[in-house]
Design a binder for this molecule. Structure first.
Ligand SMILES: [Zn+2]
Length: 348
């Protein structure tokens, strides 16, 4: 029996020397240490021995078993650590490598124009307002002096919803109506309301069905058309450069009286005439005038006490001029060559 133990011990020790990794260690475990392996067999054979023999060999076999198992366990730990280190080595990140180039977005040209205009008007003490894009006919037209039968109200241009009292706002002026109604006659009001508007237009280089308006309204005492002129003049100088001039031409809008077309001197030819100004030397970028007494009255302001001016312009039009673009559609298409064109020169 003793010889048997010594032989098996020797055999296993030899095999342990040949173990190179976890796989060969496992093979050894299966071969010698499984339930039906020679070590178990040896342990089981104790049963057939006499009490005397059990005493003699019991401790020997237990010591042998413990010795083998602890050696296998030590090797197992050694090779597991080796594998882990190997894995960590392979997965090591070289932090000195340059990172992947992540493409960053940028505001659209219209957003830039809105941000810039907002900054300008905020610096003059204006507040910025927003309103719903689905609007009541009452706010989009009626309270702006455009009753249902008014000839200037062209239903062909407006997107009505199923409920004919609702429409996609064709201008941002209803935001002004909402602010005046909320103000309940309180003054002064100084506001702009940039936002999306919708009209049934034939889409071409200068017309879109969805476009952006930047409208403004001031209500206070002793407001006159020259206040609007001064404000507009400062705006074009801020936006297009100090040498830009402003001029007004008489016009007609139902919600203002008197009404004006608001022109700026051509930034492309400095007034001498070119393709952009066709070739008048002036470019119309806004419309406005003094708030019509009917509008003031309907919105809760006594026109004998209060005056106001209002103006509106298209964000896309300003962006096209400022960034020298010839086709408005570019701004709504997802052509990254255009929208990522960081180098597009500002005309100023
Ligand atoms: Zn010109």
């Amino acid at each position: 029996m003793k010889e048997k133990i010594t032989l098996l011990q020797k055999e296993i020790e030899e095999k342990l020397k040949e173990v190179k990794n976890l796989d060969t260690l496992n093979e050894l475990k299966v071969k010698y240490l499984s339930k039906k392996g020679p070590v178990s067999e040896l342990t089981n054979s104790l049963r057939d021995l006499s009490i005397e023999e059990k005493k003699e060999f019991g401790k020997l076999i237990t010591d042998f078993r413990n010795d083998i198992f602890s050696k296998v366990e030590a090797l197992k730990e050694k090779y597991e650590l080796e594998e882990l280190n190997k894995k960590l080595e392979n997965e090591k990140v070289d932090i000195s490598m340059p990172g992947l180039d992540i493409e960053s977005g940028s505001p659209s040209f219209v957003e830039k124009v809105i941000d810039d205009a907002s900054d300008f008007f905020i610096s003059l003490g204006y507040d910025i307002y927003e309103g719903p894009e689905i609007e009541l006919d009452k706010y989009n037209f009626e309270m702006l002096n455009l009753p249902k039968d008014h000839p200037a109200r062209d239903a062909q241009d407006t997107y009505y919803l199923k409920d004919e009292d609702l429409l996609l706002r064709s201008q941002t002026s209803p935001v002004q109506v909402r602010v005046m109604l909320d103000g309940k006659g309180e003054t002064p009001i100084r506001m702009i309301c940039p936002g999306k508007t919708y009209r049934r237009e034939d889409i071409n280089a200068t017309h879109e069905q969805e476009f952006t308006q930047i409208e403004g309204l001031v209500i206070d005492k002793n407001i006159s058309l020259s206040d609007l002129k001064g404000t507009f003049d400062a705006f074009v100088k801020h936006t297009f450069g100090e040498t830009t001039e402003a001029r007004f031409r008489p016009s007609y809008y139902p919600f203002t009286e008197p009404s004006v077309e608001m022109d700026m001197s051509c930034i492309y030819c400095d007034g001498s005439g070119c393709n952009m100004c066709k070739p008048k030397g002036w470019i119309t970028i806004a419309g406005g005038g003094m708030v019509h007494p009917n509008v003031l009255r309907m919105c809760g302001y006594d026109p004998d006490k209060w005056q106001g001016f209002a103006f509106g312009m298209a964000g896309e039009r300003i962006a096209m001029l400022k960034y020298n673009m010839t086709d408005m559609r570019t701004m709504h298409e997802n052509d990254l060559r255009e929208t990522k064109n960081f180098d597009r020169k500002e005309v100023k």
